[in-house]
Design a protein. Structure first.
Length: 247
C-alpha cells in the first residue's frame, strides 16, 4: 500500500499522519464526553488537548531522535521529517502527562480526576495510529511461520503493530466499559492504563526488530518495566489513601 494518501498542491499527505490525526480526534471526542459526565469543564479539557498534542508530538519525535542519534547525527535534516514515521509513544505520553499536570496545577484543578477523563480515548487513539506503522512497513517483528504473518521485503514477519493495536483496543474496552464507572479512587483509570499498556508493550517489544536501544537493552522494555512498577506503587498508595479518608 502506498504511504501517500493523496497530494495537495504538490505536498504529499501521508496515511501515517491521517491515522494519527484520526486517533487524536476520537481521543479528544471521548475525553470531552467523559469530562461532561464527571463534571469537569470541557473547555479545560479542550485547552489541555490543544496545548498537549503539539508538545506530545515534539516529545515523541525528540525521544525517537535521541535513541536513533547514530542515524540522525549524519542526517540532520531528517530530524524534522515526521511524515515518514518515527514518533515514539513513550516520549509522547511523558510530554502529554507533564503538560496536563502543569495545566491542572496552574488552574487549581484535580490532576488525577482530570487525567482519568482525558486518558479515556488514549488506547483507542493508539490502536488506530498503529496502522500507520503497517502502511510504512515499520514496527514489525522478526521472521515467523504463523498464518497471520505479513510480508515485508519478501520475508514473512510478526505483525507486531497488529498485536499492539489489538492490545490497545482491549485496554480501551476495559476502561470504557468497566473501569471508568467502577474506579475506587481518582487516578485509577490512568494508572490502570499505564500498567496494562506497559505489560503489553513489554512483551510485544521483545518481538520487534526496530527497537530503540540503550546499549544492549530495548528502551521501550525498560520504560515499560518502570511504568509497571510506578503504576503498582501508585495504585497501592492511592487506594490506601482513599480508604483512610473513608474511615
Amino acid at each position: 500500500m502506498d504511504r501517500v494518501a493523496f497530494n495537495i498542491l504538490g505536498i504529499d499527505v501521508m496515511w501515517y499522519g491521517i491515522l494519527i490525526a484520526l486517533g487524536m480526534l476520537f481521543g479528544i471526542y471521548l475525553a470531552l464526553k467523559e469530562a461532561k459526565r464527571v463534571g469537569i469543564s470541557e473547555d479545560d479539557v479542550l485547552n489541555i488537548a490543544i496545548i498537549a498534542i503539539p508538545i506530545a508530538i515534539i516529545c515523541a519525535r525528540l525521544y525517537y531522535v535521541v535513541f536513533s542519534w547514530d542515524y540522525y547525527s549524519q542526517n540532520l535534516r531528517e530530524i524534522f521529517n515526521i511524515r515518514g514515521g518515527g514518533l515514539a509513544i513513550h516520549g509522547g505520553l511523558i510530554g502529554g502527562i507533564l503538560t496536563g499536570y502543569i495545566y491542572t496545577k496552574a488552574k487549581k484543578m484535580n490532576f488525577l480526576k482530570t487525567a482519568d477523563a482525558v486518558i479515556i480515548g488514549m488506547p483507542l487513539a493508539q490502536a488506530i495510529g498503529r496502522w500507520g506503522n503497517f502502511i510504512n512497513k515499520e514496527a514489525h517483528g522478526g521472521p515467523t511461520t504463523l498464518p497471520w504473518g505479513i510480508m515485508v521485503d519478501g520475508i514473512k514477519v510478526h505483525p507486531t503493530f497488529l498485536y499492539e493495536s489489538i492490545w490497545d483496543f482491549m485496554i480501551f474496552l476495559f476502561i470504557i466499559l468497566y473501569m471508568r464507572k467502577k474506579k475506587t479512587y481518582e487516578g485509577e483509570v490512568i494508572i490502570s492504563y499505564i500498567i496494562l499498556y506497559s505489560i503489553g508493550r513489554f512483551f510485544i517489544e521483545g518481538l520487534r526488530t526496530d527497537s530503540l536501544m540503550i546499549g544492549p537493552l530495548r528502551m521501550a522494555q525498560i520504560i515499560s518495566l518502570v511504568g509497571i512498577i510506578i503504576g503498582i506503587f501508585a495504585h497501592l498508595y492511592l487506594k490506601k489513601r482513599n480508604k483512610n479518608k473513608l474511615i
